[in-house]
Design a protein around this ligand. Sequence first.
Ligand code: AKG
Ligand code: FE2
Length: 346
Amino acid sequence: MTSESPIPTVDLTAFSSPSTHSDADRLAAGQTFVAVLHRYGFAKVTGHGFTTDEINEAFGWNQRLFDLPYVDKMKAPHPPGPFPHRGYSGIDHYAAADTASISTPSDGTAGSRKISDLKESYEVGSANDDHEPNIWLPEATLPGFRAYATSLYERLSSVGSILLTAISVGLGLDPQEHDALHQLASNRYSQLRLLHYPAIPQTRLAQDVVRTRMPAHNDWGAFTMLFQDGNGGLELQDPQTGGFMRAQPEEGVLVMNVGDMLGRFTNDYFRSAVHRVAVPGVGVVPGETGVPARRSMPFFVGPEPSHTVATLPRFVGAENPGKYEPVRFDEYGALVSKYHYQVGNI
Ligand SMILES: O=C(O)CCC(=O)C(=O)O
Ligand SMILES: [Fe+2]
């Protein structure tokens, strides 16, 4: 079941342009953001500070990267295991390599699906990450890409801080709680993923081989900020109805979804959002051409690997018993990525 009701949009300009807005503006925007995240676990966000020009530039690099011949892209191959989660994962190799940043919903939907290889990706971390080093193409293969991707990581990291501050203001956190929230976002250990889902020919759709471009899953960091191109396909599960809501593409809009760490931190006051990438049904594909290619760019915001994520006491009470034990982020990630490496399906 996919619902056509729109995902609420929250404008965070009061946080990205603080000098032209008052504390009252920030409180109102922060509270709206918190209310939407509490209800859904995700939101569309405008006024995040990442301009339309910057978004277009990022998609331009996405295209130039994936337009390279396969042999060139394989000059920066993702290693055969889950770690480090860096470099290029090709159409033919994706299922075994793509394991980090994703966990599986308890209903087992992701686990039961036989995946076709429908996407390629390139994973980028911080230049200062001493844990998972980046894997770069030779400079001559795509001149300027390394410098650009490094700067994009930094830009998106600062956008992540804006979203966290909005959450902090909206929740009315005290300074100590505010710091604990911000520890969910390490500038050094977040992760940028460039994604390309190639066009799918009509014949392949008619054979009914292709059901989803990415099966339902949760992201296991703190939260994810995603830009997608005009072709859309991202769907997020409404936790109240269980139906999926389409994230209709809109220029300049970022989709933010809660990941497992922010879910645990808030004792599910913000629930980790189940999401997937759908393929339009055969009936809605125009003509014989099939489904167009699609590009997206998620940025996974997460804490330091050694950081222990514990539920904030304000989210636990007599009517709201704590659901989660404190967990070290790297230990949680190792469990999830090992599972996905074995199942090899996302
Ligand atoms: O491509 C998309 O829109 C979603 C990607 C995603 O959910 C992921 O990479 O974890
Ligand atoms: Fe995801």
